[in-house]
Ligand binder design. Structure first.
Ligand code: PLP
Length: 411
């Protein structure tokens, strides 16, 4: 008799987006003429930059000729891309990495989801709350999370609240944890962390032999000078941190799929008998066994991001979305709403007015202004009473949405 992994049965259905879709479609049925603006999606909308398109075309043509055809590539990614990543994203910040410390992949979702496989099942996992759901759900699947409680928390996961009260900066846990997921700039709050605050986590990890899993998928959106782009800007972080980066949000690769994960050779964990193990070796073993690399064509496309033209073009993309973020942020602030994020990230996190819960505000916004956003509580219990809007729409719709906030929403 084949037995299932019963941990999967503990997972609730993906309630959040299914419930949003249900409410939107029922509203649209009752109000067929309403023009709904969607500011809920976390997907980009602008096309790939021309430099990327050009490289993709060239790479497709290479595949048409026996002399330039490529079959399986290195599972870890082609050196032409990894060398550029190190040269552009890390070296200028004084971070030295070897080529075999960077692993190219098909996405940060896969990597932040798969990384837990190289860790023992008895590790205590800590997440910030609200949180990108992948970190939690993949630990549920692996049997590390315990049971779902009535408060919407998993019994064995340590939740670190990030709310307006602590300016969305997570406090160190008051119990010992082993695996810590941090994401900055943060999805969903759009908030960042300073180098000094990040250093506290690195010091905690060193003192407790813990590992930080640092998701920097939105790094390219950082505008302010004093915000760290990489956890490795903090001294000693190479011993305790794995970093995730993606081409999804800086270069429009959400549908094209390319990302990378940095696993320095210094970062180690332990066997139950205290033997030291390099995580770089384990991740390499995992990837070479289960992954056959990102397509050559796609990696060529990603490499175009690091050309002079590519750099200019991705900056223009980011500027486009950050202009939207500014429009939303300033528009909502002018209404007296409490607004967070949107300065170094494409997410705007607002406190729902008049003490409404997240879903009540969702309904109000949909009914009165025909705008769809994401209820904060969908990202974790500390997201209750908050609401996420994204800057990934087009400028006209974003302006129109803010206008509707001003003219239609009864605050
Ligand atoms: N990490 C965070 C925090 C995200 O918000 C997302 C996507 O929305 C991802 C990772 C996934 O990125 P990718 O498209 O590289 O899988």
């Amino acid at each position: 008799m084949a037995l299932v992994n019963e941990n999967y049965l503990k997972l609730p259905g993906s309630y959040l987006f299914a419930e949003i879709a249900r409410r939107v479609s029922s509203f649209q049925k009752e109000n067929p003429n309403a023009k709904i603006i969607r500011l809920g999606i976390g997907d980009v909308t602008r096309p790939l930059p021309p430099a990327v398109i050009e490289n993709l075309h060239k790479a497709v043509d290479e595949m048409a000729h026996a002399e330039t055809f490529r079959g399986y590539g290195p599972e870890q990614g082609y050196a032409f891309l990894i060398e550029k990543i190190i040269q552009f994203d890390y070296a200028p910040r004084g971070i030295k990495l070897d080529v075999d410390e960077v692993f190219v992949s098909d996405g940060s979702k896969s990597d932040t989801g798969n990384i837990q496989e190289i860790f023992g099942v008895d590790n205590v996992v800590a997440v910030t709350d609200p949180v990108y759901p992948v970190y939690v759900d993949t630990n549920v699947m692996a049997g590390r999370a315990g049971e779902l409680t009535e408060q919407g928390k998993w019994s064995k996961i340590v939740y670190i609240p990030c709310t307006a009260e602590n300016n969305f900066v997570p406090a160190l846990p008051d119990q010992k944890v082993d695996l810590i997921y941090l994401c900055f700039p943060n999805n969903p709050t759009g908030m960042t962390i300073t180098k000094e605050e990040l250093k506290k986590w690195v010091d905690y990890a060193k003192a407790n032999k813990a590992i930080i899993l640092y998701d920097a998928a939105y790094e390219a959106y950082i505008q302010e000078a004093d915000v760290p782009h990489s956890i490795y800007e903090v001294e000693g972080a190479k011993e305790v941190a794995i970093e995730f980066r993606s081409f999804s949000k800086n270069a429009g690769f959400t549908g094209t799929r390319c990302a990378f994960t940095v696993v320095p050779k210094e970062v180690v964990a332990y066997t139950s008998t205290g033997e030291v193990v390099q995580l770089n070796k384990l991740w390499n073993r995992r990837q070479t066994t289960k992954f056959n690399g990102v397509p050559y064509i796609i990696q060529k496309g990603a490499a175009a991001v690091y050309t002079e033209e590519g750099q200019k073009q991705i900056k223009a993309l980011i500027d486009y979305y950050m202009t939207n973020a500014k429009i939303i942020r300033e528009g909502l602030l002018s209404l007296g709403l409490q607004v967070f994020g949107g300065v170094n990230a494409p997410y705007i996190w607002l406190k729902t007015p008049n003490g409404l819960d997240s879903w009540a505000f969702f309904d109000k916004l949909l009914n009165e202004a025909n705008i769809v956003g994401t209820p904060g509580v969908g990202f974790g219990p500390s997201g209750q009473g908050y609401f996420r809007l994204t800057a990934f729409g087009n400028k006209e719709n974003t302006e129109e949405a803010v206008e509707r906030f001003k003219t239609r929403l009864k605050l």
